[in-house]
Design a protein. Structure first.
Length: 82
C-alpha cells in the first residue's frame, strides 16, 4: 500500500465514507473545491487502492471506498474525536 502523501486525500476519504461514495462533482460541492482538483485526487486514490470506480459511465464516474480506504477513513474519524 502506498502511503497517503496529500492531506486533502484524507478529507476526501472521510467525505466518501460519510456519504457512502460519490462523484467528483458531489465531493467538490461538499468540500468547496474545484471538480477538477477533486477528480485528480480521486484518480490518485483509485490508483493507490484507497477508492474504486463504482459507476460504468466515465463522465458520471462515482467512487466508493475500498476496505483499505474505509479503514483509513475510520482512523481519521477516530482522530477527529480526540
Amino acid at each position: 500500500m502506498i502511503p497517503i502523501a496529500n492531506a486533502f486525500d484524507l478529507v476526501v476519504l472521510r467525505c466518501l465514507s460519510e456519504r457512502g461514495g460519490g462523484s467528483a462533482a458531489d465531493v467538490a460541492r461538499r468540500l468547496d473545491r474545484s471538480r477538477t482538483y477533486v477528480r485528480t485526487r480521486l484518480i490518485t486514490l483509485a490508483e493507490t487502492g484507497y477508492v474504486r470506480p463504482a459507476g460504468a459511465v466515465p463522465r458520471l464516474q462515482t467512487y466508493e471506498l475500498t476496505s483499505t480506504g474505509a479503514a483509513v477513513a475510520r482512523r481519521v474519524d477516530s482522530m477527529a474525536d480526540v
